[in-house]
Design a protein around this ligand. Structure first.
Ligand SMILES: [Fe+2]
Length: 434
């Protein structure tokens, strides 16, 4: 019997029904996919918060005749479960008070960016020392001090809960680096920021954070002469590099007390949905969702970091690369969500506005990705401002003339010789904050 797709009012949506589609792109509703089985009243409330008044569900013909029926062929195959189930996570009996109840993007930050950035800097420094020590211990054949790792992951999660942009902004301030520990930490910060954006609960964030921070520990077993080789690797050397996910898994398994999901992140972070990854060549939903998420971030961090063999791409270009890989290697919905989380113009991007002004993105508006806050540094390409001034591109002009400023294009920070890091690190001391 053919099912029919019916549009129903949100007031008629009940727990247990499956929403097949919504009249909104994914950017404008709280779920990872347009198709979603409703498992709690909270999910219905969240749809209302996003002003979604009507949804489509499948019904057998004759059922609820009052609704307007739109005949359609049988429903498409369901999404792979790990993806379909990721958002939102099942409700906890009694969620801890600090857990976000709604979509993270809709929640005001508890602490302003300018305030949290000081704490975030301290956490980042502490985390660097710990991750460096952990890597050194592994190189020497010692055990991982997992307690220290857990502690620092918890501190990072706390910071992200207070303000989701501060820690990630600091970690995006990139120098030239070849070090596994720097990359591991940056991947961890990005994974936790993204995880918090996806409303993962605390326990899952901890698993994700530990997995992300330790995902490349296996590289400590590979000779540095291979890891840092400037030229192309021989086939034998490449095979050895491709063993590092196994080594990471082994190191973590030997440590004991590390959650299985965290170990899977290490084992699977080079697997790809098209089966062309390594070490096993898993496909699609054979790869744990946390591993898929970390893989996206691993690539993003790699292409936006200066290495001996490559000049860092801008964050903006990094996003484009992810979009391209979303067609083949990654789950496109996750890629889109990641871009939504970091912003199309992530913090630190140098932009030129339609007013000819030039500045740095200092805060992303998750609701309106094209309209972040920008710290203006130049009145135009020839004239620097006497003092930096921060403006919100989402503010409409007072005389009703629309937006006074919009982003025209992304500029290369090197070409403009703008010391983005200095401005971001000193943001709390700068005048002109609006
Ligand atoms: Fe890796």
């Amino acid at each position: 019997m053919d099912l029919v797709l019916k549009k129903i009012d949100i007031s008629e949506l009940k727990v247990g029904m499956t929403v097949e589609k919504m009249d909104r792109p994914w950017l404008q509703h709280p779920f990872l996919t347009n198709r979603k089985k409703i498992t709690s009243q909270r999910q219905i409330d969240r749809l209302r918060e996003f002003h979604i008044d009507e949804v489509y569900i499948y019904l057998e013909p004759g059922e609820e005749e009052a609704w307007t029926a739109v005949p359609l062929p049988a429903p498409a195959a369901p999404l792979p479960e790990p993806v379909a189930d990721l958002l939102p996570l099942p409700e906890k009996e009694t969620p801890p008070s600090f857990l976000r109840e709604e979509t993270a993007s809709a929640i005001p930050q508890e602490v302003p960016f300018e305030e949290e950035i000081r704490t975030a800097r301290l956490i980042q420094n502490e985390a660097r020392t710990i991750v460096q020590d952990v890597m050194e211990d592994i190189r020497k054949g010692n055990d991982i001090e997992i307690g220290r790792v857990e502690q620092v992951v918890d501190r990072m999660i706390d910071s992200i809960f207070r303000n989701r942009e501060a820690l990630v902004s600091i970690s995006r301030i990139k120098g030239y680096d070849e070090y596994t520990y720097v990359h591991s930490l940056d991947v961890c910060v990005l994974a936790l920021t993204f995880g918090s954006y996806l409303n993962l609960d605390l326990e899952d964030l901890q698993k994700l954070g530990i997995g992300a921070i330790l995902h490349d520990t296996g590289k400590m077993r590979i000779p540095t002469s291979i890891l840092n080789k400037p030229g192309p690797l021989s086939e034998k050397e490449y095979q050895e590099v491709k063993n590092h996910p196994y080594y990471s898994y082994e190191i973590m398994a030997k440590t004991g007390g590390i959650p299985e999901e965290a170990k899977l992140i290490a084992l699977q972070h080079h697997e790809r949905r098209n089966g062309k990854g390594y070490p096993i060549g898993l496909r699609e939903d054979e790869i744990h969702i946390f591993s898929q998420l970390t893989a996206i971030i691993d690539v993003y961090d790699a292409v936006t970091t200066n290495r001996s063999y490559q000049r860092a791409m801008s964050a903006h270009r990094g996003m484009q690369i992810l979009f391209e890989l979303g067609q083949t290697d990654f789950n496109m919905t996750l890629v889109e969500r990641f871009i939504q989380c970091l912003g199309i113009y992530p913090v630190g991007t140098v932009v030129e506005l339609d007013t000819s002004e030039i500045g740095i993105v200092v805060s992303v508006n998750s609701q309106v990705l094209l309209r972040p806050k920008v710290m203006l540094l130049y009145a135009n390409r020839l004239r620097p401002l006497a003092q930096p001034k921060t403006v919100d591109l989402n503010e409409i002009s007072r005389n009703g003339g629309g937006y006074p400023r919009s982003i025209l294009r992304v500029l290369s920070r090197e070409q403009w010789d703008i010391d983005v890091d200095r401005y971001l690190l000193n943001i709390e001391n700068l005048p002109g904050q609006e």
